[in-house]
Design a protein around this ligand. Structure first.
Ligand code: OOG
Ligand code: NI
Length: 470
């Protein structure tokens, strides 16, 4: 970390990611193995693919790239964590309702804090999937439990005033003096360290009967990193190498299958971390050690961001895979089926993904001289004659179904829920209101980036580009 000059938000963010990574590696050593294997996978991929390997991000970016997952208990805690992340140049993007995306009891709604500009993402893309407990959702919590949760969470302080003030100062000035930066990083990292404080045994296990996620959030006096996820360029290779090292992975890679066409969206897989020792305070007043198994290791491979049209197609393909799989003989794997469904519907080339308006791309002018002697040309004609080169925009967000799958595959119990009760309604606007910061729509960000490149190309070529995908 440079010490003589002021630190920009991206420098603070990169250092924050690094410190959390060191912290998590101390707490969950299997994470270090995952990071080592990820590095091997990426180095080998780069060797075999050369420049092509960096189409979805430079190797520097990908090597440093992590996402974290944290969980908070209330609107107050969510709005405070939003202030902390703003101090690192990370803003809420996307809304995920995991309550309905899962059979098990996962009473949370979520967003992800991340940089939003292409340059900031390229410098350091650290993002944190952040979930808030819906303690007032009657499907999970009766009135008494709701009130107790509210009291318990309301009486703890995760983010102290000094941390919040430093975060606000960073956000306001877009940089911090070295001394303030050091303090900000120290305080922000400490929030996510596993606390040695004893856990109220009966309260924790009462909540766990309803939902292990609720116990992890509202049953303990502080918060912690739930997982920290490195990015790999070949997740199938990683999966095999981890198994060879004797680490039991979940059954499958979540998200799109490996197939011959372009990688889209996000593929993820995970393993269950070992039991961790924690202290419990029992009803008779004694404090004794026990163990919890709530944290895990996750890894991901990122692909091309899909447009709304592309995402609709993706959702239909997922539904078709489900239907097909349900009607298939026992032993058929999701991947086998998915690969066939993908080949049936999705173009096998990046160019077609772009020209059919299924994926987000930026367009770079390659051949100024070729520029047609007219005042307008279609996007297809410009791409097919080599005037414009489509370059994929990487997907920077999450998938609700994979997120639910990740939550679920790492729970020991399903918990309990009563679907006859009314749930608390949440959507992107309601959660924004509760947090006090507008959550951005990821599609708006990708579309603006694509459009800006088209606008620039039009100016450079001095023509109007027509037939842009809707
Ligand atoms: C978050 C689960 C979601 C992902 O990568 O989809 C997630 C959690 O377990 O708190 O991190
Ligand atoms: Ni994750």
């Amino acid at each position: 970390m440079p010490t003589a000059t002021k630190l920009k938000l991206w420098e603070l963010r990169a250092e924050f990611a690094l410190r959390l990574s060191e912290l998590y590696g101390r707490e969950v050593p299997a994470y270090n193995t995952l990071v080592d294997v990820s590095r091997e996978v990426n180095e080998d991929f780069l060797k075999t693919r050369g420049e092509d390997a960096e189409r979805l991000g430079s190797i520097q970016r990908v090597t440093a790239e992590r996402h974290g997952a944290i969980r908070v208990g209330s609107a107050r805690e969510l709005s405070q964590v939003a202030r902390v992340f703003a101090g690192f140049g990370m803003y809420p993007v996307g809304f995920y309702d995991l309550r309905d995306a899962s059979k098990s009891s996962v009473p949370v709604v979520s967003t992800a804090f991340r940089p939003i500009d292409a340059e900031e993402l390229a410098k350091n893309p650290f993002r944190v999937f952040t979930s808030m407990l819906t303690h007032d959702d009657r499907r999970f919590f009766d009135e008494e439990t709701e009130n107790r949760l509210e009291d318990f969470i309301g009486s703890r302080t995760l983010f102290g005033p000094e941390l919040l003030e430093l975060a606000d100062a960073a956000a306001q000035n877009q940089e911090l003096e070295p001394q303030q930066a050091a303090r900000f990083l120290e305080l922000a990292t400490a929030v996510f360290e596993l606390s040695p404080e004893a856990v109220d045994h009966d309260w924790y296990y009462k909540l766990e009967e309803i939902s292990a996620v609720a116990a992890d959030i509202g049953g303990v006096p502080s918060t912690h990193i739930n997982h920290l996820t490195p990015r790999v360029l070949d997740i199938d290779d990683l999966y095999t190498r981890m198994q060879e090292r004797g680490i039991a992975m979940i059954e499958e890679v979540q998200g799109p299958p490996a197939w011959k066409g372009p990688d889209v969206l996000l593929r993820q897989t995970s393993f269950r971390a070992l039991a961790e020792e924690r202290l419990f305070r029992h009803a008779d007043g004694t404090i004794r050690p026990g163990s919890l198994r709530v944290r895990f290791g996750e890894v991901e491979q990122r692909g091309i961001a899909l447009t709304e049209k592309g995402r609709d197609l993706y959702d239909r393909m997922v539904a078709e895979v489900d239907a097909w799989l349900a009607a298939s003989p026992v032993g058929t794997t999701r991947t086998e089926v998915a690969r066939q469904v993908w080949s049936k519907y999705l173009p096998v080339t990046e160019v077609e993904l772009a020209l059919q308006g299924l994926g987000f791309f930026t367009y770079r002018v390659a051949e100024r001289n070729l520029a047609v002697q007219k005042n307008s040309a279609t996007l297809r004609e410009l791409v097919e004659t080599g005037v414009l080169i489509p370059e994929p925009i990487v997907y920077e967000d999450f998938l609700p179904r994979s997120a639910a799958g990740i939550f679920q595959s790492n729970l020991t119990t399903d918990g309990s829920r009563d679907d006859a009760q009314m749930g608390t309604p949440y959507d992107i606007d309601r959660l924004s209101e509760v947090m006090g910061t507008q959550i951005l729509n990821p599609n708006t960000l990708y579309a603006a980036q694509q459009q800006a490149s088209v606008d620039l190309a039009q100016r450079e070529l001095n023509i109007t580009i027509t037939d842009l995908p809707a």
